[in-house]
Ligand binder design. Structure first.
Ligand code: PGA
Length: 244
């Protein structure tokens, strides 16, 4: 993989005023692909301010138009120049009832409109303790593959985000990350997906002080950054750590 991708996930944070500062400070770092995934109402603001940094959203409807109150379609995201959308984040799975198949349908809906889905997979702490990490991410991926097919999955971005590492300050170790990323790549190859072209990001408590060692792990093609993406200096430091 040539360049790494570092995507910020602002989650449910921001205001017009606070975003202005953060967006203006989010300048492109040469040698790394960067994106920020903002809440829907701020897409226009972010679109107008970002230079050399791609725009993303945090969710997308599986439907394209019609009587689906409260939904936002991939067509609408494309209208605002979104290049990426996060799909199947563990918070959406756990708190908003998104199941594996729905995540697959959302990923496909995004891709049909030219938006690259960043499909999140990851195990809970109990699942990891039970030795189930790889089988959980395999199950999550299998549902996407079934809906979208191997060619489509080959054009997606994956994010391995162990649930126990998200927002906890407890990042997975390089060894844990390496094992799952290698496992994901092998899983893709074994299921007919051209895995060498799939970027696999790591997410979960990536900070400036651990980014370098995490990005050095084989098969880690970048990061999905939550809390640290809200602090411009930290986000930029993480992006710099991802430069090859
Ligand atoms: P975190 O979040 O960096 O705050 O752990 C990552 C994510 O949820 O994508």
């Amino acid at each position: 993989m040539s360049k790494k991708l570092v995507a910020g996930n602002w989650k449910l944070n921001g205001s017009l005023q606070a975003n202005d500062q953060l967006l203006d400070a989010s300048v492109a770092v040469p040698g790394v692909d960067m994106a920020v995934c903002v809440p829907f109402p701020y897409l226009a603001q972010a679109q107008s301010r970002l230079v050399g940094v791609a725009l993303g959203a945090q969710n997308v409807s599986e439907y394209d138009a019609g009587a689906y109150t409260g939904e936002v379609s991939a067509t609408m995201l494309a209208d605002f120049g979104c290049r990426y959308v996060i799909v199947g984040h563990s918070e959406r799975r756990a708190l908003f009832g998104e199941d594996d198949a729905m995540v697959g349908r959302k990923a496909l809906a995004a891709q049909r409109k030219g938006i690259v889905p960043i499909v999140c997979v990851g195990e809970s702490l109990d699942e990891r303790k039970a030795g189930l990490a790889m089988s959980v991410v395999g199950r999550q991926l299998a549902a996407v593959l079934e809906v979208a097919g191997a060619d489509a999955v080959g054009r997606m971005v994956l994010a391995y985000e162990p649930v126990w590492a998200i927002g906890t300050g407890l990042s997975a170790t390089p060894a844990q990350v390496g094992e799952v990323h290698a496992g994901l790549r092998a899983w893709l190859n074994a299921h007919g997906v051209a895995a060498s072209g799939v970027r696999i990001l790591y997410g979960g408590s990536v900070k400036p002080d651990n980014a370098t060692e995490l990005f050095a792990v084989p098969d880690v093609d970048g990061g999905l950054i939550g809390g640290a993406s809200l602090v411009a200096d930290d986000f930029l430091a993480i992006c710099r750590a991802a430069v090859a």
